[in-house]
Design a protein around this ligand. Structure first.
Ligand SMILES: [Zn+2]
Length: 462
């Protein structure tokens, strides 16, 4: 395919050029005025942007959550991702307590087989593990590890476990990612709320104050400093967390930070209205002023990536809650947390370009280049250099796309952005050279996606 005359933006710069994809599914040339080869499809991209396919480094597809399940599986979720311009996802495997991490990995790899785009996997440990578990994962291309500082009953590990996994990962080129909230303090606040008869949806955010996110980021950075390793903070939602990241970075600690579109566009007020349960995610949505701070953090480079934490539910499942009650959840602690977003990420970050908060180059870096580099996928993913995978988005900045659930492809009947119209949408999306979406219609194929073994970080002992 020859994509002609677009404004090509990637790490190599911002220029008008033609992009040729080869029969091997890789980028074959990026130059001005390429001649058409016989039989080659030509796409006119004049007036459009041509950028690397998006890399969403934080998704939860097909995940069971108590009595309910995330409503997108790998087939539907990756198809929706493709329509919105994302061509790689990195999903979180969870090894629950007592479970063999490699068995959990095998389960996720089987779930991921019908993916329409390429899939990498992170590993979540929920208890102390021997160093060999870290090595086993890295040998299988799972080079990043998640630990939770929250959810004491099921997922949380203590600071000693975090430090130990950081040290082990550091020795073998792995990266630790952290859900940073002070889970033990939050647990007390939740019990106190229930004991006082405060059970409404809004209590979800009131019992998870932003300062307890900031505190956990501080602690995470201190542990990373002691271990002498970088650390990646997932879904940064608040100004205190951002301030803690900035402080740590100024101290020379390599803190890599991620935020999500919901924290840039939505606020806590949504939890108070009817259907407020459909806005429950963790960390919770905050007061609107945090959004301004997060956009600043993106523009200044304090926050490096935007991922989705895609974790959708149907309205019915949300009402039934994690206990699966036909009469509806009993209180806020039973609401499954997570929002849809895998399809709308590029568009919602692009809003920042339209509003002049960030540049086009920032948008490409945040949505594709930085996540690819951070998670060992560079330069096959996240760039358009010759030889990279031909994951290409032809972006139409003049397109308008409704963000109502019915206008999107994610398998959920609730959109947190219903009523909004995105100002920009992909015209064409290629995954390894194959068209997977055209004009907002999925045209890929389940199973086209491959499992992506990822590289360890350079400099590790191996
Ligand atoms: Zn998550």
């Amino acid at each position: 395919m020859l994509i002609r005359g677009g404004r090509v933006v990637d790490v190599a710069g911002d220029r008008v050029a033609d992009v040729r994809t080869g029969p091997d599914g890789r980028v074959a040339a990026v130059e001005p005025h390429l001649d058409q080869h016989p039989g080659e499809e030509v796409v006119d991209a004049s007036g459009l942007l041509v950028v690397p396919g998006g890399v969403d480094a934080h998704t939860h597809l097909n995940l069971p959550v108590g009595a309910v399940r995330v409503s997108d599986d790998f087939a539907t979720g990756t198809a929706a991702a493709a329509v919105g311009g994302t061509t790689t996802v990195v999903d979180y495997v969870t090894a629950y307590r007592g479970e063999d991490p490699l068995a959990a990995l095998a389960t996720w790899q089987r779930w991921a087989e019908p993916a329409a785009i390429d899939v990498g996997l992170h590993m979540t440990f929920t208890e102390a593990v021997p160093e060999s578990a870290v090595v086993d994962c890295i040998e299988r291309g799972v080079t990043s590890f998640k630990l939770y500082m929250a959810y004491p009953e099921t997922l949380q590990v203590d600071d000693g476990v975090i430090l130990g996994v950081m040290q082990a990962a550091g020795r073998h080129g792995g990266l630790v990612t952290l859900h940073a909230e002070n889970g033990s303090a939050i647990e007390l606040l939740r019990h106190q709320a229930l004991d006082a008869g405060r059970s409404a949806v809004i209590e979800h955010s009131r019992t998870r104050p932003a300062i307890l996110e900031g505190e956990a980021v501080n602690r995470a950075a201190a542990l990373a400093e002691v271990a002498g390793v970088p650390v990646y903070i997932v879904h940064v939602s608040s100004a205190p967390a951002l301030a803690a990241i900035r402080t740590a970075q100024e101290r020379g600690i390599d803190v890599v930070a991620e935020t999500c579109p919901q924290y840039l566009h939505l606020s806590e007020a949504s939890l108070s209205g009817p259907g407020g349960e459909n806005f429950v995610c963790t960390p919770p949505l905050r007061d609107p002023w945090h959004q301004e701070e997060l956009w600043e953090g993106l523009a200044q480079g304090t926050i490096h990536t935007v991922a989705t934490d895609h974790c959708p539910f149907t309205v019915t499942d949300r009402r039934a809650g994690t206990r699966g009650r036909p009469e509806g959840f009993a209180d806020f602690t039973e609401i499954p947390g997570g929002l849809p977003g895998i399809e709308t990420r590029l568009a919602l970050v692009w809003e920042g370009v339209v509003d002049r908060r960030i540049t086009v180059a920032d948008w490409v870096r945040l949505c594709a280049e930085a996540p690819a580099r951070t998670f060992g996928l560079w330069p096959a993913k996240g760039s358009l250099q010759v030889g990279a995978d031909a994951d290409v988005v032809v972006w139409d900045p003049a397109a308008e796309q409704r963000l109502a659930a019915a206008a999107l492809h994610m398998r959920t009947d609730h959109s947190p952005y219903a009523g909004r119209v995105a100002r920009g949408w992909p015209r064409l999306v290629l995954a390894r050279g194959r068209a997977v979406a055209r004009d907002g219609v999925f045209c890929g194929q389940a199973g086209w996606g491959r499992y992506l073994p990822r590289s360890p970080r350079p400099g590790a002992v191996g």
